[in-house]
Each structure stands twice: as structure tokens, then as C-alpha cells.
Ligand binder design. Sequence first.
Ligand code: F6P
Length: 326
Amino acid sequence: MGLLNKKVKKIAVLTSGGDGPGMNAAIRSVVRCAIHKGYDVVGIIRGYEGIFNEEIIPLNHRSVSNIINRGGTILKTARSTQFGTPEGKEKAVQILKKHNIDALIVIGGDGSYRGASELYAEFGFPVIGLPGTIDNDLKGTDQTIGCFTAVNTALDAIDKIRDTAHSMERVFIIEVMGNKSGYIAIEVALGAGAEEVIIPERQFDYDRMCQGIKEGHKRGKISWMIVVAEGAGKAHEVGNTITTMTGLESRFVVLGHVQRGGVPSGQDRILATRLGAAAVELIDKGEFGKAVGVLQDEINVIDIREATHKEFKHLDDFLNLVKVLT
Ligand code: F6P
């Protein structure tokens, strides 16, 4: 679309919900691609909450220098309760319009997508969603920005734990992030060679696991690595159960927010960079209410209201594989 025909002149970008490594690379790509196409760009600080506080700053080419390799988000992020109400959204639209913002790019997870989707459906405000969450639970994309790095971070920690688990002949329970999504847990279990994985999407049979541990112990097995997603159980409780049922010594580690930080992996940076460009491209074509993703290495676009939840396609295959490899 030629510059003179463009209805959108000013684009705002924000990051919302839990941060993830690679969000900065996405911001950089949005800003530079938008400037390249002749748009003005502003950043909203602290997600949707920043709209109410009118924390809106101009962004130029230089504002996003030297951030591609940085974890976190230079725009800060938050979870806004005010934005969750219809009145809040109405107020947000008024403020966005007051600042002459014509389109909003939201980098975030399922809750952020729901908010953006309502902004578009109920108030007609032009939005584009860019998948930024370590949980990898958004539809329309094989991966969300941050997940690759989070899995690598967890694997790095678990490799270290394995050394002590084996040396001291213990059962270790490692709790990873994922309240509603077991994606990180399963990937980490496969990548770390864990014996068991406990996820929120499936019932877990503790009797079967403890029976297996006892039998393995009789055969001379000396250490176990058990991965639990935070939404499926607490690591210390899993440890207590195992010790009570098997008599074996256990220890637990909660990896927690370590998984959300750090230098983004190459895959996250490249994904974020491609998606930032794709989001600007959609605005340029005058398409709104969409979410961008990469499916089988191709840029993919779906309605944002459909993107808020994804079933993990190969979940049972992956769970089976963990069992087979034990
Ligand atoms: O959605 C990303 C995520 O890291 C989840 O995996 C986790 O359950 C949640 O955010 C933690 O949120 P907070 O940082 O608010 O404790």
C-alpha cells in the first residue's frame, strides 16, 4: 500500500504478561520494520497498564540498538486488572486515540491475546498479536518467543543437578514453569533424559511411578530425574510422596523464574525478528485482529480470537517416548 493511502500513521507496541527471552528482538524488529515503511512508532511502558498511566514514549531506530541479545523487555511488562474490565478497555481506546495511535502490536501470551482480541472485536481498535510467552501455548505458531531459551535454561540446570543426583544416589524432582501448559516440562524431560514427567494436562499415577522406582532400585538403579510442571504439582510434595512410598532419599529444585530470563537463543531471536516484520506487514496491508506465527517455517496468520489456546499436538507421543526411554 502506498504511503499516501495509509490510514495508519502511528503504531504502538507493548509487551504484556510474563516476559520471555526474545521479546526485545521482537520490539527491535517491529520498530525498525515500521520505520522502514514510513510509520511513526511509540512504545507503551508496562503493558496495558501503561496505557492508563499514559507511559507512551517515541521509539526510533536508535532506541532499539543493542537489545537483540538482551533478555527481558525494554518496554517492561505487567498484568493489568483495569484493562480486564469493559470500562477499562473503553478508557484504553480513548487514551490510545488521544495519542493518535492508529494500531497496536501486542507481544504477549494468552491473557494478553484475549485482551487484544476484545479491543478489536468490541471497540474496533486495530490490533495485531505477536506470540511472546515461554509457555508455547498459543495457536497458529509452532513456537512462541521465549520457549526455546526457557527449555535450554532448564536443561542447563538439570544437567548440573544430574551430576549430584548420580553421585549421591538420589531421586531429584525438578519443578519447571507452566501453570496450564506442560510443554516446557515435556520438552525438558525429553531433552534431559528424565525418568518421569508430570503435567497439568494429564492425570498422573503416583503408585505406578513409585512401584517403578522401587523395582529399578532393586535392579541397581541409583538416581532418578523427575520433571513436574508447576501447574501439576509442587516439587516438595512430589518428593515427600516418593520418599514415603519408596523409602528413598529425595531432593527437589524449583527452577522458577530463572527460566524467564537470560540471553535469548538464536532460535528465539530469529523467530522474534521474523514475527516483528510479519506484524508490520499485516498493518501495512490493512489487516487487523490477527495474530502472526510461524508454522512449518512459513509465516502464518490467524484471527487473534482463535489464537488464545493451543492443544499440544504430540503430547501423548512425547509422554510415551519419555516412558519408552526410561
Ligand atoms: O505465562 C508465563 C509464565 O512464566 C508461566 O509459565 C507461569 O506460570 C507464570 O508466567 C508465572 O507468572 P508470574 O511471573 O506472574 O509469577
